[in-house]
Design a protein around this ligand. Structure first.
Ligand code: MN
Ligand code: MN
Length: 281
């Protein structure tokens, strides 16, 4: 049963909602292995209230303290540009109600259209990006919209004020030069401190690529990059975050590589804890 730990309300029965799930079953911009299109369904499957309750570690009861609904999936048939504009439209519509979109990928290319929509409503906007990779290639295999490129497009378009990248452990000298040019704040996985508390004064978009975790914690991704963060490190970072999160995405879950649903369970746990921080910052 897909009920997000019992927190999900029936869209037809609620007047106002504040948290909205949007699925994007899309992996056509993946450079290596396909499979992330199965991400939204895998997270929904993992989210059953038969296994989980709606309470977060910080004591938020998502069933009581929020109104969470699921808009279903964006239509991803046909041209990827059409998928991107459908996603952008769908997020714009959610934001117009004052609610916070929770975007379930899909590969990381979807973050560019998603941030475009959010940046139209919130300016200045900051972006916190958790990932093994900076996703800042100018182009990959001739594609400027590859899942390896969204941060380059977002920076070039001037959509955000501050970009903070956490957990990086696979980069290039060209990308390092670009991070200097745009004054990106980077905390690589090798430099992750004992305790990390981040504060953002502008509204925040949170983008979480599941390959930020060590493969031991999240085997269900397309790019296994050893030496990553633990579940606890990322949960502590989220719990201690001082920010107003106005949108977030969880991307790159590839269920065809998952083991015993470990990564899907982690994705759902993150969704819960981040939703809790939105409800009670
Ligand atoms: Mn990524
Ligand atoms: Mn990545």
């Amino acid at each position: 049963m897909t009920d997000f730990g019992g927190a999900l309300k029936n869209l037809a029965q609620v007047k106002n909602y504040n948290l909205v799930i949007i699925g994007v079953p899309f992996d056509e911009k993946s450079s290596y292995q396909r499979g992330a299109a199965g991400g939204p369904a895998a997270i929904r499957r993992a989210s059953t209230g038969k296994c989980y309750n709606p309470d977060t570690e910080l004591g938020v009861d998502l069933a009581e303290d929020s109104v969470l609904v699921d808009l279903g999936d964006v239509d991803t048939a046909g041209d990827p540009l059409r998928t991107f504009s459908s996603l952008e439209e769908s997020i714009t519509q959610v934001l117009s109600t004052g609610a916070v979109p929770i975007i379930l990928g899909g590969d990381h290319s979807i973050t560019y259209p998603a941030v475009r929509a959010v940046a139209r409503k919130y300016q200045p906007l900051d972006l916190l990006h958790l990932d093994a990779h900076p996703d800042m290639y100018q182009e990959l295999y001739g594609d400027r919209l590859s899942h390896a490129c969204p941060m380059a497009r977002i920076l070039e378009d001037g959509l955000i004020k501050n970009l903070v990248q956490i957990g990086i452990r696979s980069t290039t000298p060209e990308i390092k030069a670009m991070t200097e040019k745009y004054k990106v704040k980077t905390i690589e996985a090798k430099d992750f401190p004992e305790k990390l508390q981040l504060e953002f004064t502008n509204p925040l978009y949170l983008s979480l690529d599941l390959d930020v975790f060590d493969p031991a914690f999240a085997p269900g991704v397309s790019h296994l990059e050893p030496g990553g963060l633990t579940s606890r490190q990322v949960l502590d970072l989220i719990h201690s975050l001082r920010a107003r999160i106005v949108a977030f995405d969880l991307v790159e879950l590839n269920p065809s590589h998952d083991l015993a649903g470990i990564t899907a369970a982690l994705a759902f746990k993150l969704l819960k804890e981040i939703a809790g921080k939105i409800v009670k910052p």
